[in-house]
Design a protein around this ligand. Structure first.
Ligand code: SAH
Length: 262
């Protein structure tokens, strides 16, 4: 079957075998583990992964690809119940229903990568680790340190829950069709124990959102509905600072101060 790549599903299929090998090596799949692949597409990662693990569950939105998979993997993967394909939108998929210690991976559709990351945060207790191919610029934001241009809401929200590692930069030519941007492979591991615990994670998310809503403004301005100058003095945080200079720990301190003040 010849598959025409669909732009609306962010289909950029990996074709460079040496890149594929390094990704699989980085994932380091092992017998006995349950792997979940988001967006398996035409199997660039699925096939080498299937040869190394006991079970693989794929979440794929495109019905044409799912039909192709049924034919392609009929033997031996399906016969051995090794491969399960869920023809659903990963954004709506209940990952926790699959089990625990999940190892999730995928060359993600770039147009929905941030919503997928946030969706996965809701299922962290059942996740062992995640390895994703994303737009390089997004990976840079995920791992960014305070006071750098890439640091923002995504960095704070993900670093609160995850330890992350930038693994490999991948050029557009490694895909077909080639995306317009460079890509990068990232590893995300949920913190075994959260380094800083927010007493109210909804409030934490609201604070982070408000602080970064206008990057160029001071937090005295962006956080004025939460904290006044007195509060900032008590917290020992200079209200003249901008959100991009605040560490995850400082956001947590502000959140817990507000929580206790209520
Ligand atoms: N892993 C393959 C394909 C990557 S392209 C490879 O590396 O070659 C992205 C894949 O994600 C496509 O198969 C696309 O159909 C699928 N996809 C896009 N949006 C999705 C969604 N919301 N849920 C699940 N899969 C999705």
């Amino acid at each position: 079957m010849k598959h025409q790549a669909k732009k609306r599903f962010g289909q950029n299929f990996l074709t460079d075998q040496s890149v594929i090998n390094s990704l699989v090596d980085a994932i380091h799949p092992q017998e006995g583990q349950t792997l979940i692949e988001i967006g398996p597409g035409l199997g660039a990662l699925t096939k080498p992964l299937l040869s190394r693990v006991t079970a693989l569950q794929a979440v794929e939105i495109d019905r044409d690809i799912v039909n192709w998979m049924h034919l392609e993997y009929q033997m031996p993967a399906y016969a051995k119940n090794k491969l399960t394909v869920h023809n659903v939108d990963a954004l709506k998929f209940d990952f926790s229903a699959i089990g625990s210690h999940l190892r999730i991976t995928g060359n993600l559709p770039y147009n929905i990568s941030t919503p997928i990351l946030f969706h996965l945060l809701d299922h962290l207790s059942c996740i062992q680790d995640m390895h994703f191919m994303l737009q390089k610029e997004v990976v840079e934001r995920m791992v960014a340190a305070p006071s750098t241009s890439a640091y923002g809401r995504l960095s704070v929200m993900l670093q609160y829950y995850l330890q992350m590692e930038y693994l490999i930069t991948v050029p557009p030519e490694a895909f077909n069709p080639a995306p317009k941007v460079e890509s990068a492979f990232v590893r995300c591991i949920p913190h075994a124990t959260l380094p800083f615990v927010a007493k109210d994670t909804t409030l934490f998310a609201e604070l982070v959102l408000a602080a970064f809503s206008q990057r160029r403004k001071t937090i005295r301005n962006t956080l004025k509905s939460f904290l006044n100058d007195d509060d900032f003095t008590k917290l020992g945080i200079d209200p003249q600072r901008r959100a991009e200079t605040l560490s995850v720990a400082e956001f947590v301190v502000m959140c817990n101060y507000l929580y206790s003040a209520d």
